[in-house]
Design a protein around this ligand. Structure first.
Ligand SMILES: Cc1cc2nc3c(=O)[nH]c(=O)nc-3n(C[C@H](O)[C@H](O)[C@H](O)COP(=O)(O)O)c2cc1C
Length: 186
């Protein structure tokens, strides 16, 4: 699959078949994440492959409501997909030189982990698998469930499995609305 085609045809998948995902396929999507670029090649990311049903159920309970009484739409996917991949980050690495922040933008771990996770989702899609970036959850609760050590945090997670739905395309803003030339135009 061409890269642009993969980018354009990937959809967030929130309903999965029970079909298991074999280890080789999991390794392939993790390999895609591993090869992402990162701040000074610090590779602050860590990935937890969760297959245990109880843990997936606990993670689903760490998801936050969209608004009062409206559950996170990915809740059932986290509970029921055959695999959940949880992305963590080591703090104080990305955006730092010799332990000191190198810019006024703080810790860049979100950026690096996002690059890795998008690599992962695109390769998953190219292999016929579904994913959805999930960010709306209680990160401290998720860290507790997975025994993530001090100095690391949980950034995002995605279910991984064979899609059991064909979601509609979510529209994107047209380029003139989001691209400026030479200077920002408001
Ligand atoms: C940073 C981030 C966090 C997200 N968190 C959630 C989430 O908690 N639950 C969910 O169902 N979808 C989540 N999404 C998925 C978005 O809703 C989805 O990508 C967007 O609506 C566009 O749809 P598409 O991925 O099918 O193109 C998240 C996406 C991103 C990039």
């Amino acid at each position: 699959m061409e890269v642009l085609e993969a980018i354009k045809t990937r959809r967030s998948i929130r309903k999965y078949k029970a079909t298991p995902v074999d280890d080789k396929t999991i390794q392939l999507v993790l390999e895609a994440a591993r090869w992402a670029p990162s701040w000074a090649n610090t590779q602050c990311w860590r990935f937890i492959v969760v297959r245990d049903s109880n843990l997936k159920g606990e993670l689903a309970q760490a998801l936050l409501e969209k608004t009062s009484g409206v559950p996170n739409p990915a809740t059932d996917a986290i509970r029921n997909a055959p695999v959940v991949i949880v992305a963590c980050a080591e703090l104080g690495k990305s955006g730092y030189f010799e332990g000191k922040p190198a810019t006024d933008k703080g810790d860049w771990y979100m950026f690096d982990v996002a690059l890795a996770m998008q690599n992962l989702t695109l390769v998953a899609h190219s292999l016929g698998l579904g994913t959805v970036h999930v960010g709306l959850f209680d990160a401290k609760k998720a860290a507790g469930i997975l025994e993530v050590p001090q100095g690391f945090c949980v950034v995002s997670m995605t279910p991984l499995g064979y899609p059991d739905q064909e979601p509609k395309i979510r529209p994107r803003k047209e380029l003139p609305e989001i691209v400026f030339y030479d200077k920002y135009k408001s």
